[in-house]
Design a protein around this ligand. Sequence first.
Ligand code: 5AD
Ligand code: SF4
Length: 427
Amino acid sequence: MYVETYGCQMNLADTELLLGHLGRSGYSRTDDPASADVILLNTCAIREHAEERVMGRLGELQHHKTKRPDVQLGLAGCMAQHLKDKLPARAPFVDFVVGPDSYRRLPELLAQGDAFIDVRLGREETYSNIVPQRGAGVRAWISIMRGCDKFCTFCVVPYVRGRERSLPIDAVLDQVRTAVDGGYREIVFLGQTVNAYRDGDADFAQLLRRTNAIDGVERIRFTSPHPSDMTDAVIAALAECDKVCPQLHLPVQSGSDAVLARMERGYTRDQYLRLAERLRLAKPGLALSTDIIVGFPGESDADFEATCALMRAVRYDTAFMFKYSRREHTKAFNWDESVSDGEKSRRLQAVIAIEEHIAAEINDRSVGATFPVLIEGPARRGEGWLAGKTPQFKTAVFPWAGSAPGDTIPVRVTSATAHTLVGTAEI
Ligand code: 5AD
Ligand code: SF4
């Protein structure tokens, strides 16, 4: 089988689950669609643009079916769930459509050979007993909860991934131990609102503590937490767990109270700012990143300026910035788009410029400092260079000095850009 993955890390982890699950039915992965019996796109529906990309790619892959009619070409993931039975009309050559809660049935449905659409969302499915087939590397992604109950008014996720549900804590800890035995050094817990994790009495704070106690785990990260689920207990666990990295992706979406209220995010600008402050006190050296949407319905010039001001106040290490994209099923879908596409583009360019400037300043200030870098492999800048990540999840590149992927070595930063630290190994 040939698989392409679009979208977020949850989807990458789902692809690993799909590969593990189908692997038990005899499917193995190939990098060449021309030699695959099954061609699968694991898709994203978060913005219109993501869906357009997949439609384009489907058109390109379609020719494999003219030469080999038995090839099964299909869509998995959020866009499959989003478009459901509308897909065959838009792409009649697609053989199967399978939503995020239907992967368990995929081998038998494929074996039957007929076209199918399976998009039932389950309240229980967590795939906790499916062993993922992980890619090479130092980092293991582990989905610990699925779905979302927050229903932010712009977001399609609750409709395509269904209700929030967590894996049993023992299943998560087993996956951590298996990953460590497999040589992975860094554990990344994944969930749409990852810090809402709960299994009975065990909350996310407890999961962090128990993971921190496992021998062989070197680093722990998680994404994406929701500001409203950052309880005192979670903040205390962050502070106490030495393996939890000083890095946090904390989506803010907007710096305007009026917009935050219409987005139904569940916090005000002030509450968010205070939370960021508390987190920085709890975790010295904390790097913060965020998601920002510009051009949400009703976003005035003043609202937008409030977002810019918040970015300057928090000083994010990185930010993912998006133009608002109207999604069917969501509450905001029915609201008038008050910001033109041209104005959205202008606002997007403005926040990108602010962020680039701040990120470059932050990284510049780290010149001269030394960070433990977990080496991942060769750097793209050429032979003799290695790349890895600092605890703050910054990419650091440095000339090879006898170390190998999986090693953690001190690297002194000698120069920096907005996106990369350049240094020398201090060994
Ligand atoms: N339009 C633009 N961006 C969106 N996101 C989610 N839904 C939309 C949308 N309709 C962004 C949010 C979220 C990130 C994963 O994608 O910023 O945090
Ligand atoms: Fe979407 Fe909001 Fe849930 Fe995040 S918390 S997945 S933005 S609905």
